[in-house]
Design a protein around this ligand. Sequence first.
Ligand SMILES: [Fe+2]
Length: 251
Amino acid sequence: MGLFGTKKQADYKNCIVDIHSHMIPGVDDGAKSYEQAYAMLDIAYRHGIRDIIATPHFMPDGKNATPEIINAGVDKLQAYADENHYDLNIYKGNEIYFHEEAVELLEQDKICTLADSNCVLVEFSPMDDARYIRNSLAELQNMGFQPIIAHVERYMSLISSPFDKIEELKDMGILIQVNAGSITGFFGKQSKTVAEKLLKKELVDFIGTDAHSDGGRAPRMKECVEILTKKCKPSYVEDLLYRNAETYILN
Ligand SMILES: [Fe+2]
């Protein structure tokens, strides 16, 4: 092993895994058309992303894409990537808005885990209380799933310093995702401050783009990677950008 360890480590800016994106058209509030989804793939590739988990919202309203529809969308996006000779893999997933029925639907394979792993990306309402969030995630763990909490910086009950509520979740074995746009300040000052503090304490496990379009909410990572490189230890940057994803999801 050389100075930089494996080849992949030396080139970490070009092997990013994005575990959170809304790229499949017509299934949620993400990409509006395949044309837009392809433009999003172009941007993701230029930003060094090489693995993408498509995570359409799974909401309690019952109007959700089936795993078959998500699979078909993934195949179409993958075909575009292959035609363009992008060294890029796309996988199926869901971003699950937690509700009681979701647990049952997960067990019945009606909701997608991330890339067929046991990891599930879970979101809550920004105003849900910390105990409800903790109990819900514990319920998923008890069913054998590995929960990843989506954009943790959004939940008011979890983000007061010194982050004892988030540390509690980590101690339980919950994994933590933060949005790239929170690190860059795209989502405002409060999210940026919270994201910075969480990174400083190394409480974050994954950075996701949470991309919804090829415009304002495009799958951009470059500016975020620059900030991470300045503020975090190299080995932690690698964990955030791809190693944790490889360990927990793509293994
Ligand atoms: Fe999302």
